[in-house]
Design a protein around this ligand. Structure first.
Ligand SMILES: [Zn+2]
Length: 100
């Protein structure tokens, strides 16, 4: 619940993977261009901690491309995860296959 007095402005951002609203300070900045230092004129996207951690289980290489192809931030979470999963499987193989 929002109290009548807020000591500081809390910006909330939306996780591009699950669509959750999270406070800006808890969010992980995600720049699909992979360049955090060039900040001018950019809109950063954000991931919540859970999604950030999950995505980091995947090989880092090609993550930006995967997310872009999966249309992160568009459609529902289910659609995104399904597309993302498919793309990961296509590129890296299904997790079960790797253990064989
Ligand atoms: Zn999330």
């Amino acid at each position: 619940m929002w109290g009548p007095r807020r000591t500081r402005e809390k910006r909330t951002v939306t996780c591009i993977a699950c669509g959750d609203s999270i406070s800006r300070s808890d969010a992980r900045e995600y720049d699909k261009l992979g360049d955090r230092w060039e900040r001018e004129g950019k809109d950063f996207e954000f991931l919540c901690k859970e999604c950030f951690r999950e995505l980091c289980h995947q090989p880092r290489e090609g993550l930006e491309a995967l997310l872009t192809e999966s249309l992160a931030g568009e459609g529902t979470q289910e659609e995104f995860l399904a597309r993302y999963g498919e793309l990961v499987e296509e590129r890296y193989g299904a997790p079960e296959e790797r253990e064989r």
